[in-house]
Design a binder for this molecule. Structure first.
Ligand SMILES: Cc1ncc(COP(=O)(O)O)c(C=O)c1O
Length: 449
C-alpha cells in the first residue's frame, strides 16, 4: 500500500499472505516489520510507527510484556509439548482452565476447552452446540443463525456463519443450515432506521421471526460478536444482546458469544457479554489470551451445558473434536502470565477511558473531512467509514483509502484498512498522548486521500 516500500520484491515471492490476493502482493510487497517495543513498531528501513492495530486486536498489553515472554521461555525448558488427548495433561493447562473459570465467573462459564486460535474456537463451539442438543435427544437442532457483517473466522463452520460475502463466495458451497439476519447497524440497514434502539428491536424481531420460520426445534445456536469487529466495528445498542439472549432462552437455542476480540477488555469491559450483562451458553475467545505471543484459543462452557455432557452415559457425550495443540503447555503458560497482567492492570478501565477520548478525536475528524461518513467505536475498537460523498454513502475508492493508509503510516501510525473502513485497535495500555498521536496522523492521512 505504500509507494516507497520497506520491502524487496522477494518478500512476496515464496510466501502467500492471509486475506490477500497473491498477485496483488507480488505487485505491492508488504511492509516488513523488524521489531517492536511497547506500543511502537519498527520496519526494515528503521521507520517507526505507533501500533494502532494491536498486532491484530490482540497485543493488548503491548509488545514488551516481559512476564508473558518469561513464562514462554521458562515453560520451553520445563515441558515444551505433550498432547492432552485422553489420558495426559499438564499443569499450566489445568491451572489456566481454573483461572479462566474465575475470570468468566460473572458470565457463568465454568469449563474450558482449549484450541489453537479464534477460528478453531468458533468451530468447536458450533460443534459442541449441536452435540449438546443430541445429548438431550433433540437431534433435529442442527441449524445456526448469525448476523450479516459478522466475522467468525475462516474454518468452514465459521465461514458459514460469517456475514460478509468477501469471506464466503470463493469457498461456497458452505455448511448447509446456516441463516443470517440483518445486524443492528444504524449507518446502513435495510430499514433505513437510524435510531439504534429501534433498530435493535427490529433486528431482534427478525431473529424471532427467522426462528419461527425455521422451526425453533431445528435451531442449535445463535452466534454473535458482542461488538462486531472485522466487519467494520459495529457496536449494537446495549439492549440488543440481552434481547437476543431472552429470545434464545425462550426457544431452547444456545447463545454463542464470539469474544475472540472482546474477550479480555478491548470493548471497555472485561468481556463483551459483561458489557451488556448477558450470560452466554458458550464463549469463544483467543488473541489477547496470550497477548498474541502464542497461538491459543479457548471455548468457555456454561455450567448447564457442561452438566449435560458430564452426566451423559452414552456415546453422544464423547467429544470427537480437538487439536494436536489443544492445551499446549507453552500456550497455557503464556495465557496464565497474560491473564495475571490483564487482571492486575484492569486493562478494560484504560480501554474505556482512552476509547472515549479516541472516539471524540475521530468525531472531530468527521467534522473536518467530508470523506468520513461515519465514526463508530466502543472501548478501544474504533472505525472511520470513508465515503465518496455523504449523501450517497458510496464507499471511497480503493486508491484513495490506500493513500490514507500510506500517509498515516508515514506520519508515524499504523492503522488497518478493511474495505472502506479505517480500523483502529491499539494496545489497551496506550496513553492519552498516544491517542492524540493516532488522531494527528489520521488527520494527515485523510488530507492525502
Ligand atoms: C470475532 C472473531 N472470531 C473469530 C476470529 C478468527 O480468529 P483467528 O484468526 O485466530 O482464527 C476472529 C479473528 O479476527 C474474530 O475477530
Amino acid at each position: 500500500m505504500l509507494d516507497s516500500r520497506a520491502a524487496s520484491p522477494s518478500t512476496a515471492s515464496h510466501l502467500w499472505y492471509p486475506m490477500a490476493h497473491p498477485a496483488e502482493m507480488l505487485a505491492h510487497p508488504p511492509i516488513v516489520l523488524a521489531k517492536a517495543e511497547g506500543v511502537m513498531l519498527e520496519d526494515q528501513t528503521g521507520h517507526r510507527s505507533l501500533d494502532a492495530v494491536g498486532g491484530l486486536w490482540c497485543v493488548n498489553l503491548g509488545h514488551s510484556c516481559e512476564p508473558v515472554k518469561d513464562a514462554i521461555r521458562e515453560q520451553l525448558d520445563i515441558l515444551p509439548f505433550f498432547n492432552a488427548f485422553r489420558g495426559t495433561s499438564n499443569e499450566p493447562a489445568i491451572d489456566l482452565a481454573a483461572k479462566l473459570a474465575e475470570f468468566f465467573r460473572p458470565e457463568g462459564l465454568t469449563r474450558a476447552f482449549f484450541t489453537s486460535g479464534g477460528s478453531d474456537s468458533v468451530d468447536t463451539a458450533l460443534r459442541l452446540a449441536r452435540q449438546y442438543h443430541k445429548i438431550r435427544g433433540q437431534h433435529d437442532r442442527v441449524k445456526f443463525i448469525s448476523l450479516k457483517k459478522a466475522y467468525h473466522g475462516t474454518h468452514f463452520g465459521g465461514a458459514s456463519v460469517n456475514g460478509n460475502a468477501n469471506f464466503r463466495r470463493n469457498y461456497e458451497p458452505l455448511l448447509p443450515g446456516c441463516f443470517h439476519i440483518p445486524c443492528p447497524w444504524p449507518y446502513r440497514n435495510p430499514f433505513n432506521e437510524t435510531d439504534p434502539q429501534r433498530l435493535a428491536e427490529l433486528c431482534a424481531a427478525l431473529l424471532e421471526d427467522e426462528i419461527k420460520f425455521q422451526g425453533a426445534d431445528t435451531v442449535a445456536a445463535f452466534i454473535m460478536e458482542p461488538v462486531l469487529g472485522a466487519g467494520g466495528v459495529i457496536p449494537p445498542h446495549d439492549s440488543f444482546m440481552p434481547m437476543v439472549k431472552d429470545i434464545c432462552t425462550r426457544h431452547g437455542i444456545l447463545l454463542i458469544a464470539d469474544e475472540v476480540i472482546t474477550g479480555f477488555g478491548r470493548a471497555g469491559a472485561p468481556t463483551g457479554s459483561r458489557l451488556y450483562g448477558v450470560q452466554p451458553d458458550l464463549l469463544c475467545t483467543a488473541k489477547a489470551l496470550t497477548n498474541g505471543y502464542f497461538p491459543l484459543g479457548v471455548v468457555m462452557i456454561a455450567e448447564q451445558v457442561a452438566q449435560a455432557f458430564e452426566s451423559n452415559k452414552d456415546s453422544f457425550g464423547a467429544i470427537g473434536s480437538g487439536y494436536t495443540y489443544s492445551a499446549h503447555p507453552v500456550g497455557a503458560a503464556a495465557g496464565l502470565a497474560a491473564l495475571e497482567q490483564i487482571e492486575k492492570l484492569q486493562v478494560w478501565v484504560n480501554a474505556a477511558e482512552r476509547g472515549g477520548e479516541l472516539l471524540t478525536s475521530l468525531r472531530q475528524l468527521q467534522q473536518e473531512y467530508a470523506i468520513v461518513g461515519d465514526v463508530r467505536g466502543r472501548g478501544l475498537m474504533a472505525c472511520l467509514e470513508l465515503v465518496e460523498d455523504r449523501a450517497s454513502k458510496t464507499p471511497i475508492a480503493k486508491e484513495r483509502i490506500n493513500r490514507v493508509f500510506a500517509q498515516t503510516y508515514r506520519s508515524g501510525v499504523m492503522v488497518r484498512i478493511s474495505g472502506n473502513c479505517v480500523i483502529v485497535s491499539p494496545p489497551l495500555v496506550i496513553s492519552a498522548a498516544d491517542v492524540q498521536t493516532i488522531a494527528a496522523a489520521l488527520a494527515r492521512g485523510l488530507a492525502a486521500a
